[in-house]
Design a protein around this ligand. Structure first.
Ligand code: AMP
Length: 433
């Protein structure tokens, strides 16, 4: 095929058997979200760029798919869902009792450099808990992700837990303004520590605190609570740091009490989104060096939309989760209707075939209709290949008697039944139509 018409780099097509797993992950997520009281909402795919320019962070801003629409507006394909949720809640859900729990599922678009587990269009499922600043809320969001990941079969994974207020507290104390802080944290997030220090110096950061930032970035700076206490010794006189460490410790303790033990506290952890103000986390599993999920607290984002309430949330990357599941050989079945193949034995019976197919569908049986009559042997062998167990035939006799001739390919037996009887043996679920 001409390259011009091929799939763009970083974008993917999913064949039915590939898509099944992604769909199953989304279905499972919806079930888990519901168990925690999150209600799904819909958000636009195309947004004015301003909504992301204010607070989403340098990395996301530079990687947006932007274009001018026909009305001359500067718009983009959404790179993430949180700002849209913040806007929706702040403008349309203010009369509801707090906290508000909402979730979303949708494709996000970022002009990232494609690599394993990194695409330019990817599916995110996210939840946001709005209106609570309690550490219990931070812990809940992590618990939801943990419950989902566990229910998908993962056992070997860990949660990297940090707090935006620790590094920011030190940077603030060093006299660095918010914009430069954002730039520094974004570099740290991408592992570009030297660049981060260069910005620190250019922004006139106090040298005394440069050492402190270095100490926080040491890989072993705060990997357990004892080390967090050591860090407290170093930053204890900075109010914001002290508060952040206490907050982090409390969240950590709630998680541990809830049997989430695979948490690694990292005091030098930064995420590339400017709106985070508190706890931040990412979830990793072995064999994939990019995060499966990530999130954090963003207490000042809703104020930009006119409602000053705290919030915390996270997003899970479905494509990465699917990749990790495939590599581990995990499978997950979608809720499926049982399918039969139904074939008219001659042209005259096709009207009856349509009628009876609709009756079966009405009783929760999936029916794939043969559109032209073909020899029974061919119908059966195609059904076998497709993994279908029951093949139904209808002809003049069935049409007169209002019955269906059924061949059970598993047990190699045939019988004649009315539509209700077929629904019963096929295991037609509750009525769907
Ligand atoms: P973020 O919105 O950056 O916090 O990302 C949340 C989650 O979305 C990540 O943990 C990933 O699972 C997923 N994600 C982010 N960027 C990509 C990408 N380029 N390709 C695939 N998944 C992604």
């Amino acid at each position: 095929m001409d390259r011009e018409f091929g799939v763009l780099r970083g974008f993917r097509e999913s064949l039915p058997e590939e898509f099944e797993l992604e769909r199953a992950i989304v279905e499972r997520s919806r079930d888990v979200f519901e168990l925690y009281g999150y209600q799904e909402v819909g958000i636009p795919t195309v947004e004015p760029i301003g909504i992301f320019e204010i607070k989403s962070g340098e990395e996301i801003r530079h990687r947006m798919f932007r274009f001018t629409d026909m009305g001359g507006r500067e718009v983009c394909l959404r790179p993430e869902g949180t700002p849209a949720i913040a806007r929706m809640v702040a403008t349309k859900m203010r009369d509801r009792p707090l906290p508000i729990r909402v979730g979303y599922v949708g494709s996000m678009f970022r002009y990232d450099e494609p690599q394993r587990g990194r695409f330019r269009e990817f599916l995110q499922i996210g939840i946001e808990l709005i209106g609570s600043s309690e550490p219990l809320g931070d812990a809940e969001v992590i618990c939801v992700v943990d419950a989902l990941i566990k229910s998908l079969g993962f056992r070997e994974y860990y949660i990297r837990l940090g707090h935006e207020g620790i590094l920011r507290g030190v940077l603030e104390k060093a006299g660095i303004g918010e914009e430069a802080q954002n730039a520094i944290l974004s570099r740290i997030d991408r592992g570009k520590v030297e660049e981060a220090f260069k910005i620190f110096e250019e922004a006139g950061g106090d040298a005394e605190y440069r050492e402190l930032v270095s100490a926080l970035l040491e890989p072993t700076a705060g990997n357990d609570l004892e080390m967090v206490d050591n860090i407290r010794g170093l930053v204890g006189d900075i109010e914001r740091c002290r508060f952040s460490l206490d907050n982090l410790k409390e969240i950590f303790e709630i998680l541990t009490e809830n049997d989430i033990k695979n948490v690694k506290v990292d005091v030098g952890f930064a995420r590339g989104l400017d709106y985070y103000t508190g706890m931040i986390f990412e979830l990793y599993c072995s064999g994939i060096d990019v995060a499966l999920a990530g999130g954090g607290r963003y207490d000042r984002l809703l104020a930009l939309f006119g409602w000053d309430v705290p919030a915390v949330g996270c997003a899970v990357g479905v494509d990465r989760v699917a990749l990790a599941m495939r590599e581990r050989g995990f499978t997950l079945r979608t809720r499926k209707v049982e399918r039969v193949v139904l074939s008219p034995i001659d042209r005259e019976s096709s009207r009856y075939a349509i009628r009876v197919a609709n009756r079966l569908r009405g009783m929760g049986v999936g029916v794939v209709l043969e559109l032209s009559s073909r020899p029974p042997g061919s119908v059966i062998s195609r059904a076998r290949k497709a993994g279908v167990r029951f093949v139904c035939f209808v002809g003049p006799r069935e049409s007169m008697e209002n019955t269906i001739s059924v061949r059970d390919l598993k047990n190699d037996v045939s019988f004649v039944l009315d539509p209700e009887g077929v629904a019963k043996i096929v295991g037609g679920s509750e009525p769907r139509l």
